[in-house]
Structures are given as structure tokens and as C-alpha cells.
Design a protein around this ligand. Structure first.
Ligand code: NAP
Length: 246
């Protein structure tokens, strides 16, 4: 076990926004626990990158839709790094589907990860935070307040994330635990670059006041701020990181 100042647990950090959030925390001298569900090689690559640049990190497989695996994740952070200061609930599933094609699996998969996963990881982090409290940052989406056609389930889960953020902020404030959310607009992860047609990207740029697509770094820096002492008086907020896209 290393004697480190601060420890961040990032769920779903094997790729995409989560991987960049993990690297960002490591650059701020946090020890970082990189959670994944199936992508061990990718998670280990994120850890190797962090260690190569002088940081501390470990990876841990846990399906956060399981209460017991979420507990295992936080327990591992304590055994590996001695404490937990920050939890980023980043793992999320976004699947679009028109109403007439919505079935039980479609609803359950997204609610399990985007809602239950956030609650389970937050519960175990709350139990692990020390006397100084902690910070929970939930990754929501602008679609939580601006739903799109074909996105009824995903948008509803992100609206739920916003509600959970406010509810937990009020409940956990007396324990010095701050709970906030970052709501990204479309963010150009490797997966998104490949998935979104050029025409759709141009449409989004047109509707974005700051005139470009978002990057994972745009999101990670807001997460880092919310975890920092500079945000010590901020709780229960959902901050859009979308260049003004609504
Ligand atoms: P992504 O590339 O699909 O990555 C998802 C991550 O979650 C992966 O590391 C994946 O790991 C992990 N994961 C999946 N199921 C899991 C489970 N049951 N338990 C633990 N980890 C699990 O996602 P992303 O696009 O970076 O999005 C990250 C977050 O930002 C999500 O909450 C998403 O809703 C939100 N968001 C994204 C965008 C965007 O444009 N990218 C916009 C708004 C909001 P494995 O591969 O190991 O399963």
C-alpha cells in the first residue's frame, strides 16, 4: 500500500471519457483506480500510461450494476491505496431506439448501469470516505434535460442521474460529501469519432455556440475542478460541458 494524498475511483475508465478523466486525476497527483467491466487490456493500458508518466494507478474489474461488485471496487481502492476521496460515476450505456422497438432488455440494461450503478458505487464510496468527507461526480448528459427522439430510455436515465445528484447532495452534505454532475454534449471519444457521420457532426457544430465538437478533455477538466478544493462550496449542481449546446 502506498502512502498517497488523494485517491480517485473512476468507473468505466478503460476507454472514452473515463480513461481521460483517470489520466487527468493522475496528472493532479491522485492515485487512480481504473474500473472496467470487460476491457482488461484497455484498462491496463490506461494504468501503464499513468505509471509511465510517474503516477499511481491500478485497474479493477467490477460490474457496477452489481451491488456486491461495486462494494468490491471500493474495497479494492482501500486495500490498494488506503483511502478513497473521489468517486466518478462515469460508466454509462447509451442506446437509441424508437418507442415501438423498446423492450425489457433495452430498459433494464440502461437503467441498471446508468441509475443502479451510480447508486451502488456512491453508497460504497460514501461508506469508505473518511472524516474529511469526499466528492462524488456523476457523468450525466445534456440529453437528461434536452431529450431527443429515439432516446427515451437513455434520456430518462440521465434525468434520473440529475435527480440523484441533487438528492444525494442534500442527504450527504452533513457528512461533508459533495455530489455534483457534469453533463457533456456529444463528446468525441474514439468510438464516437467512428460512429457519428460527418453530416451529423456538422449539424451539432452548427447548434453549438462555441462552434466545435467536445473532447473528453473538455469534460475531464470540469470533473477535476468539481473534485478539487476550489469547488469546496459547490454541491448538488449539474454543470453542462457542451460548448453551450442544449
Ligand atoms: P464508452 O466509450 O462506451 O465507455 C464506457 C465505459 O464504461 C467503458 O470503460 C466500459 O468498460 C465501462 N462499462 C460498461 N459497462 C460497465 C459496467 N457494468 N460496470 C463497469 N463499467 C462498465 O462511454 P463514453 O462515451 O466515454 O461515455 C462515458 C459517460 O459519459 C457515460 O456515462 C455516457 O453516458 C456519458 N456521455 C457521453 C457522451 C459522448 O458523446 N461520448 C455524451 C454525453 C454523456 P468495458 O468495455 O470493460 O465494459
Amino acid at each position: 500500500m502506498q502512502d498517497l494524498t488523494k485517491v480517485a475511483v473512476v468507473t468505466g475508465a478503460s476507454r472514452g471519457i473515463g480513461a481521460v478523466i483517470a489520466r487527468h486525476f493522475a496528472a493532479q497527483d491522485f492515485a487512480v483506480l481504473v474500473n472496467y467491466k470487460t476491457s482488461k487490456d484497455e484498462a491496463d493500458a490506461v494504468v501503464a500510461d499513468i505509471i509511465r508518466t510517474g503516477g499511481y494507478a491500478a485497474s479493477f474489474e467490477a460490474d457496477v450494476t452489481s451491488d456486491s461488485e461495486a462494494k468490491g471496487l471500493i474495497d479494492f481502492a482501500i486495500s490498494e491505496f488506503g483511502r478513497v476521496d473521489v468517486l466518478v460515476n462515469n460508466a454509462g450505456l447509451a442506446v437509441g431506439r424508437p418507442l415501438i422497438e423498446i423492450d425489457t432488455d433495452h430498459v433494464n440494461a440502461q437503467t441498471a448501469l446508468n441509475i443502479a450503478g451510480v447508486l451502488f458505487a456512491s453508497k460504497h464510496a460514501t461508506l469508505a470516505f473518511g472524516d474529511a468527507g469526499g466528492a462524488i461526480i456523476n457523468i450525466s448528459s445534456v440529453q437528461g434535460v434536452s431529450p431527443i427522439p429515439g432516446g427515451a430510455v437513455y434520456c430518462a436515465t440521465k434525468a434520473a442521474v440529475n435527480a440523484i445528484t441533487v438528492s444525494l447532495a442534500v442527504e450527504l452534505g452533513p457528512r461533508k460529501i459533495r455530489v455534483n454532475a457534469v453533463a457533456p454534449g456529444l463528446t468525441m471519444t474514439d468510438k464516437m469519432i467512428a460512429k457519428i457521420p460527418e453530416e451529423a457532426k456538422q449539424e451539432i457544430i452548427k447548434d453549438t455556440p462555441l462552434g466545435r465538437l467536445g473532447t473528453p478533455e473538455d469534460v475531464a477538466e470540469v470533473v477535476g475542478f468539481l473534485a478539487s478544493d476550489a469547488a469546496r462550496w459547490i454541491t448538488g449542481q449539474v454543470i453542462a460541458a457542451s460548448g453551450g449546446y442544449q
